[in-house]
Design a protein around this ligand. Structure first.
Ligand code: C5P
Length: 262
């Protein structure tokens, strides 16, 4: 029986590589490259294409479902900080155990859906807390950046997108989430509403005129930084660029300059 089954939700090995999420609303935001690739081979190509000063990456459903935890090995070897974006949403017990299992893999950020409700968020936060000061931070997704008002109407949510996001964000932070995943359009409102502590992680970053793909509520990196984001998640604009290293470097510079002026 593997140690994790024997010992339930307790951490089962020392997190010797564990890093803290070294940012808050007063330090320079981090650029997280979303490694939305289908396999370990594609991952290795993507990593080769990035400049050496990329320290944060995001592993999502595609790669994790294809390769499992072994997909994280090359990232640990490069001493990268990892955002494991599995967007957990289930009954509290299942999410608690899912977070406990994910936290064993030495990742710094884990996502859950705020719409899972208070008990589920509390369960996720409790599971993370068991890993002590080297625990992963729990981020709650408010509304996906691919959704717009008409999508909320379709699923029976009558309130305006901003109100929906604000209410879910308050619930999530109150229930113990360390931060939120939100659209860059909502960062300023959430920073004002929730103060300096919560991590605010924004996907949906696009330069003016850039291909949006399925993203609807986008802003530039500069705008997201000025609004108070702590982490910017960027996938296709880097990995699908002709020169990914150049695209990443340009974004790092944009973030650095915007930080000076906020
Ligand atoms: O390619 P792009 O820059 O649009 O990638 C954004 C990344 O952020 C994707 O990996 C997507 O899964 C993730 N994400 C998102 N919206 C959320 C949460 C995560 O786009 N609300």
């Amino acid at each position: 029986m593997p140690p994790s089954e024997k010992q339930g939700l307790e951490p089962t090995f020392p997190l010797w590589h564990a890093k803290k999420v070294m940012t808050n609303s007063t330090t320079a935001p981090q650029l997280i490259v979303a490694l939305d690739v289908p396999s370990k081979i594609a991952l290795s190509e993507a990593l080769k294409s990035l400049p050496p000063n990329i320290h944060w990456v995001k592993v999502g459903l595609e790669l994790f479902c294809a390769e499992g935890p072994k997909a994280l090995k090359p990232l640990h070897e490069r001493n990268m900080s990892i955002f494991l974006d599995l967007k957990l949403h289930d009954i509290p017990r299942t999410v608690e155990r899912g977070v406990a299992a994910a936290a064993q893999h030495n990742v710094q950020l884990i996502t859950i859906h705020a719409t899972g409700g208070r008990a589920m968020i509390e369960a996720a936060a409790a599971a993370a807390r068991k890993f002590g000061h080297q625990r992963p931070n729990i981020l709650a997704v408010t509304a996906l950046t691919s959704l717009q008002q008409s999508d909320l109407t379709d699923i029976g949510v009558a309130r305006a997108m901003k109100e929906h996001v604000r209410a879910l964000a308050k619930l999530a932070v109150d229930a113990g989430a360390d931060g939120l995943v939100c659209s860059p359009h909502e960062v300023a409102m959430l920073r004002e509403e929730l103060g300096p502590a919560p991590l605010l992680v924004t996907p949906g970053i696009r330069a003016a005129g850039e291909e949006k793909g399925d993203q609807k509520r986008t802003l530039s990196a500069e705008e997201a930084v000025r609004a108070g984001a702590t982490h910017l998640v960027v996938g296709r604009p880097i990995l699908e660029a002709k020169d990914p290293a150049q695209a990443a470097t340009r974004l790092l510079l944009e973030i650095q300059n915007a930080t000076k002026h906020r």
